[in-house]
Design a protein around this ligand. Structure first.
Ligand SMILES: [Mn+2]
Length: 344
């Protein structure tokens, strides 16, 4: 297993200038993001494609997912994205590979090996980013990759068009849970304010982003809700499970789980939750959330399981059968809880 060390050094604002200069130096940008792309992954990809237009660059937007969430169809250029699970990264003079919202080179389209001599620009806000790019612009304190991208655009003196604003606002809104998570800073609000000044309508954006569940998604969610198990001291832990058959029987697809884990965080007193999802491939993945008062953070729980993410939101894999997954996860959580309660 690869040990990922969280970034402890302070972010250097010069990195914003390096990122914008690097973008300006290349004629073609191939834009990559992580698997199971969320609002920030898609918003930042779309924003960078929109920026390419204003700078007369050639941009190609590439995703590893076969199907992207329909909820983000409104993003400018959404219909132009391509799907590649694997990609042949080559060292070409005028081609820049831009990775957005990826904490390491394995989270998205595969094919890039750490240390490959190709032009990679890595723009992200994950604290556990492995700085795998030739140029890295990573601030673990930023709310979102869209916030990072806005700062890169500003550092380059680029004009923010309405298309760019719609995309940037989407990523900032979704990664901050509508400006409600602890990653929301004065800067986040300042950027949002400027996007609103440019013409963004917050009520319209909120409807576009939040009012997007299908009836099948609700049937799926009701199954997850009916299986919630709460445990631990004062029931601060909650877990649930969705099986492959739940997707087949409700008609929901894998994008239907977006927002589900955050919804479980609304249970009074719950400080840490994890949703187990069985993928069509049989792979079992955990979506993890934590809040103030949890004995350990989401990222801290995910890392020993080969996963990663932020303090408050993370993901990992679970190696067991789906029928034992709830028991297995409960055991892992209680183990971690006892470890934290009795260090040594
Ligand atoms: Mn993000």
């Amino acid at each position: 297993m690869k040990i990922q060390t969280p970034i402890t050094t302070k972010f250097n604002p010069e990195d914003l200038i390096s990122a914008s200069t690097t973008l300006k130096n290349f004629g073609t940008w191939k834009i990559f993001t992580h698997k199971k792309a969320d609002g920030d992954a898609l918003g930042s990809s779309s924003a960078l494609c929109a920026a390419a237009k204003t700078l007369d660059k050639n941009a190609i937007w590439i995703n590893p997912d076969e199907k992207l969430s329909d909820a983000y169809k409104y993003l400018p250029g959404y219909e132009l994205h391509e799907t590649h699970e694997n990609f042949n990264f080559e060292n070409l003079d005028d081609v820049l590979y831009v990775f957005l919202d990826c904490s390491n080179e394995e989270r998205g389209t595969l094919g890039l090996e750490a240390g490959d001599a190709v032009n990679v620009l890595n723009i992200d806000h994950h604290e556990d980013n492995t700085l795998f790019g030739r140029v890295n612009c990573v601030d673990g304190k930023a709310s979102s990759t869209c916030e990072m991208l806005y700062r890169v655009f500003k550092a380059g003196g680029w004009k923010i068009t309405m298309d760019m604003a719609v995309s940037l606002y989407t990523g900032i809104f979704t990664d901050t849970g509508g400006f409600s998570f602890s990653n929301t800073t004065p800067l986040t609000h300042e950027i949002a304010a400027e996007l609103i000044t440019l013409g963004i309508e917050p009520d319209r954006m909120s409807d576009l982003i939040s009012q997007n569940k299908t009836p099948a998604d609700f049937l799926l969610w009701s199954r997850a809700m009916s299986r919630v198990k709460m445990f631990g001291p004062e029931n601060i832990f909650a877990i649930t499970v969705l099986k492959k058959s739940d997707f087949e029987e409700t008609g929901a697809d894998m994008t239907g789980t977006e927002g589900l884990s955050s919804m479980f965080m609304t249970i009074r007193g719950v400080k840490f939750i994890s949703t187990i999802t069985e993928y069509p491939t049989g792979e079992i993945r955990l979506s993890i959330r934590s809040r103030e008062g949890s004995p350990f953070g989401a990222g801290e729980f995910a890392r020993p399981l080969g996963g990663g993410g932020h303090e408050r939101a993370a993901g990992a894999k679970l190696e067991c059968s789906i029928d034992n997954a709830m028991d297995e996860l409960e055991k892992l959580i209680m183990q971690k809880y006892h470890e934290c309660a009795n260090p040594d």
